[in-house]
Design a protein around this ligand. Sequence first.
Ligand SMILES: NC(=O)c1ccc[n+]([C@@H]2O[C@H](COP(=O)([O-])OP(=O)(O)OC[C@H]3O[C@@H](n4cnc5c(N)ncnc54)[C@H](O)[C@@H]3O)[C@@H](O)[C@H]2O)c1
Length: 383
Amino acid sequence: MKEHERPRILLISVGMYGQKYLAEATQKDVGGDVVGVVDVAPNLEEKFPVLREKQIPVYRSLQDFYRADHADLAVISSPIHLHVPMALECLKQGSNVLCEKPLCLTEEETNRLADAAKQAGRFLAVGWQLNFDPAVLALKRDILSGRFGAPKRFRCLHAMRRGEKYYNRSNWAGKITVEGREVLDSPFMNACAHNFQMMTFLLGSTMETALRMASVEGELFRGNPTVENYDIAFLRFLSETGVPLCYYTAHPLKTKNLGQEGRGEFEHAVLTWGKGQPFRVVTDTGEEIIYGKDGDTDMMQKLYDAVSWIRDGGKPLCTPEAGLPHLLAVRMAQTLPVQNIAPARVDWLNEDGDRFPCVRNLEETMKQCAENWALPGELGLSL
Ligand SMILES: NC(=O)c1ccc[n+]([C@@H]2O[C@H](COP(=O)([O-])OP(=O)(O)OC[C@H]3O[C@@H](n4cnc5c(N)ncnc54)[C@H](O)[C@@H]3O)[C@@H](O)[C@H]2O)c1
């Protein structure tokens, strides 16, 4: 790309999350320009007046866009089950791709997409934003250098309240399959997946890879009766290297945001992180190392990085490979039975024009389990 040229950006799907890319790329200078939007939703020009103001055309399909134009970068924020065909088409058309997480549903798809990117000579980055956070990358470099000794065990608690609006916004939310295709949507697969994926990324054996899990124990529940999959997960994985990773997540709770609250223990140091807190390591000798300022990464760093790789060279660390261990962990969790919470144990809360199912004592149970690296049954707790 010539020095004065600006990458041409195609935004694919501007739904709940994709509209954040639209806002960022039209309200700020991300280093490139949006040349088109692909989405099947009606009346997008009314919903997003900036499309008319900046004369950004809306296309109903990828084929329509590529017939008319070309893009250096395609940003995919479509429903999960559409990622694979869309990413393959964009790569085939010569665009680099930044695809929202999770990239796909299987290991075979992961490999197929990585091969397609290689063959096309384009990058395929996956939008796990924590993997783009300079604080996380600096921490990972120190872990890989052996500064803290071998990892012993990791855990994180992260839950976010989600109600009717969230589940009613699309046909795939909370579903196991949609239109005959797997989607496996759950807080562990999707909305609260970031901290688990980050733990696997931090423990990867190279900067580009993440650590795979070998086995899982867990208890899954369905608090919201309209959800097809589970919406509460207590999970304890054992990694291929023998490190336990505990993860606690849920949607049907009274508290808007619970956590994130993470802890990683090494031979010679303890790592902690949390909402509004930096990543903090304290070593056996009492040395304190702080990574980042407040623990809140700029979610859109990935867009700036992707544009700069096209302009200035460079390649993503958050590749299909980096997302694969999370995906395989999701598939392992999916084999566990799901227990329905008795309706009498669920209160419904009306707030902000939305309706939320709230499982009684869920917060306390999750905190107790996290504190003890345990599953509810092991502590004699039930929901
Ligand atoms: N990184 C994050 O923090 C984060 C947060 C939320 C969602 N996400 C990810 O973003 C992706 C989208 O999630 P969402 O919650 O915005 O979904 P959504 O259902 O709210 O929006 C999906 C959009 O895709 C459009 N769409 C549907 N079919 C289409 C088609 N055939 N062609 C083009 N557009 C089509 C819909 O009209 C809608 O605008 C998912 O992969 C999700 O996991 C990431």
